[in-house]
Ligand binder design. Sequence first.
Ligand SMILES: N[C@@H](CCC(=O)N[C@@H](CS)C(=O)NCC(=O)O)C(=O)O
Length: 229
Amino acid sequence: MTLDLYYWPTPNGWKVSIMLEETETPYNLIPVNIMAGDQFKPEFIKISPNNKIPAIVDNSGLDGNPISIFESGAILFYLAEKTGRFLPGNLGDRYTIIQWLMFQMGGVGPMLGQAHHFRQYAPEKIPYAIQRYTNEASRLYCVLDKQLSQVEYIAGNYSIADIAIYPWIVSHKKQGQNLADFPHLKRWFETVGQRPAVSRGLAVLSESRVQNMNETARENLFGSRQFQQ
Ligand SMILES: N[C@@H](CCC(=O)N[C@@H](CS)C(=O)NCC(=O)O)C(=O)O
């Protein structure tokens, strides 16, 4: 497989860099600096019409034709199918994983992202929004904690469900969460964090991860630039 990864070091980007490291899949890294506005370049929009990272192009593709994929969940499914790792063929196990991956894509990512946004980045502090998304983040953490009180990994064995959820728990403090309140989630977080492939995935382009957002970045990510397409 000759694969191009369109990437920036964020939770959704990490899902794919971790998966590629876990499966030892070689890839060409193509940085898409979302702070600088690279996500709006026409050549990137062709691959990722929603102007978001991550995206991949598998140049060896299907039947010899290159295939491009956007949406981190779809990319995880593709890489799991292609490498035969972290998504077993047995229908029962498979759907246990799929439901938790959907829970991540529809709940954990968007809600924790909003908690992050209103707590860290919103130009004004809006108590209702901060409370709503911090509470929702706590509720989702409780769901994960309960599940992890019964199983070692999210869907039983280590799978793409863990790979999808872990990157979002990395920034728990910024979401107003204390892992000490979720002992089973904490145990899982520490175990997954010790995997060498996870450390390697998180390290990809880590030097470009900025903590403070400047005005250009704010305009590109949250301002009118988003609506000019
Ligand atoms: N549902 C998408 C979300 C991707 C996403 O939100 N990517 C962010 C970085 S974590 C991004 O590229 N933002 C740039 C923008 O919105 O312009 C996925 O899971 O791939």
